[in-house]
Write a protein that binds this ligand. Structure first.
Ligand code: GLP
Length: 253
């Protein structure tokens, strides 16, 4: 795992976007097209705003896939990840296709269709974040590290639901759905490359446990240690609890 520490959130986003652009351009040059997974949440604000401004990506050769979505939240709700991705990414670049997860449709059907779509080819790049509870996508602890199903229906734990209230997406805990559709851990790990962008001091414990601790379903993002091509890009605040040994190997960006 390559660790990069940026001075602030904006530099984190810019660096992640530049690395993502390099990866997409290389895939298009090699094979004529690229398949990309995109995440949501506050951690991706700067990443996506810089990515849509990156020069030289032929977006008409890129197929996009949606990482996770609440069950029962409509596109016009402020917390909708469909709405988030449409506004911050899909409407801004001329993609060949984007495969949304519509959380208002029958969840089993959405899972089946999305699973067929993503399983129809490889994935060049997954852009993800890590939650306060160290979740990867909506795979809260204890995460299912075994299922081969590409998308699954998951229960959201209280820490995850509280994070969404804390970030202002929902007015109260009761308003946060208890279930979501998430890409599975094994499907995320199938990506050739993973760029994981994590800003903020409130993520410092999750970052430390994910990269300095054991690989365990109790720390879902710890599974990233098993992937051969991960770039973890964090800001200084999120790096606060890392030990000197880890920091001495980090790249400053
Ligand atoms: C969120 C989203 C994911 C994201 C992850 C971390 O809740 N469901 O798409 O990758 O969890 O993001 P953040 O902590 O910024 O919300």
């Amino acid at each position: 795992m390559l660790l990069s520490v940026a001075d602030n959130r904006d530099r984190m986003g810019k660096y992640s976007a530049r690395k993502a652009a390099e990866c997409l351009k290389a895939a298009i040059a090699a094979k004529g097209s690229a398949r990309l997974i995109v995440a949501t949440g506050s951690s991706q604000f700067e990443v996506l705003s810089h990515l849509v401004a990156e020069p030289g990506i032929d977006w008409s050769k890129v197929d996009g896939f949606h990482l996770d979505e609440y069950i029962g939240v409509a596109m016009d709700h402020p917390a909708s990840f469909c709405g988030y991705l449409k506004q911050r990414f899909v409407d801004r670049v001329p993609l060949r296709s984007f495969h949304f997860l519509d959380g208002t449709q029958d969840a089993q059907t959405v899972v089946r269709v999305a699973s067929e779509q993503i399983a129809s080819g490889g994935v060049d790049l997954a852009m993800v974040g890590i939650g306060e509870n160290s979740h990867l996508a909506f795979n809260d602890p204890p995460a299912n590290f075994e299922t081969e199903d590409p998308y699954i229906i998951v229960a959201l734990d209280e820490a995850c639901r509280m994070q969404q209230v804390g970030e202002g997406w929902f007015p109260s805990l009761d308003a946060v759905p208890k279930q979501a559709i998430s890409m599975s851990i094994r499907q995320i790990l199938k990506a050739e490359k993973i760029i994981c962008s994590v800003p903020d001091e409130r993520k410092a414990v999750a970052v430390r446990n994910s990269i300095q601790g054991h690989v365990t379903p109790q720390v879902p993002a710890s599974i990233l240690q098993r992937h051969p091509n991960v770039e973890l890009v964090i800001d200084r605040a999120a790096s606060k609890l890392l030990n000197d040994n880890t920091l001495s190997k980090a790249n400053s960006v």
